[in-house]
Design a protein around this ligand. Sequence first.
Ligand SMILES: Cc1cc2nc3c(=O)[nH]c(=O)nc-3n(C[C@H](O)[C@H](O)[C@H](O)COP(=O)(O)O)c2cc1C
Ligand code: SF4
Ligand code: SF4
Length: 263
Amino acid sequence: MNIAKITTLFFSPTGTSKKIVQAIAKGAGQSCQIEHIDLTLPKHSKPKVFAGNELTIIAVPVYAGRVAQLAKERLQQFSGSNSPAIIVVTYGNREFEDALIELKDLAEAQSFSVVAASAFIGEHSFSSAKTPIAQGRPDDNDLKIAKEFGQKTMQQLLASATPADLKVPGDTPYKEGMKNLPFTPTVDTDECTQCEECISVCPSGAISLTDQIQINAELCIFCCACIKNCPVECISLKNTPMQEKAGALHLNCQQRKEPQLFY
Ligand SMILES: Cc1cc2nc3c(=O)[nH]c(=O)nc-3n(C[C@H](O)[C@H](O)[C@H](O)COP(=O)(O)O)c2cc1C
Ligand code: SF4
Ligand code: SF4
């Protein structure tokens, strides 16, 4: 089949899914126009219907073994016309459980035809210098695999040799996903310079500045974008149950996992 254009469609609060999807697109799109649509922030692109000859590469992070809920809501504004799609989940070296099958079901419900799927490893959102988890992932090797995966999938597409019914791991009904948490990252207001960088990177609009920075627990999805982007490192997991969780993940998820590709 002929591919007129490639579009990446991604939600990536801490940037790892973005790196991976862009490497896949680079591999796939050597002679094709590529557009990147970033769905991470509340103000993102308008809904769109993709044509049958456009390839879309969809990437989302895994939260609690499922597709991050906010990513799912944003992706539901886009649909295909039986258009080919590559789907990608990025996870923090624990497990991706039912996220890939959930993303495949979602893409198909939005009239995409899933031609290839993958699970890549990204540095865990809860990773820090004290408790590193999959630190530095995706690394050069991951990105090389991502690029080759894009290239090979494109070759298969052009040769009309993609699988009719791609199988991916995961169970239905899906495992229970993330519940809304009654707490948020902790802001050290004494150190805060009120630069508002955290507000500009928050995917859910949970942060506001009145007399000091405040985080709305009902909106916060605990993505850790604010923690990773605060220039004075005054937002953290300190005094939250996630600090203990990060310690446990650091201990239990040390064995390096490798990307899994399905095509
Ligand atoms: C709330 C939350 C839940 C997560 N759950 C999982 C999980 O179940 N398994 C896993 O391996 N990683 C998990 N992670 C880690 C992310 O999937 C991983 O860091 C991913 O690379 C983040 O993608 P991004 O950089 O595009 O935001 C979780 C992260 C967050 C914030
Ligand atoms: S990014 Fe850090 S310093 Fe800047 S406003 Fe947010 S918490 Fe304060
Ligand atoms: S406030 Fe919550 S949702 Fe917003 S960036 Fe921080 S962790 Fe993510």
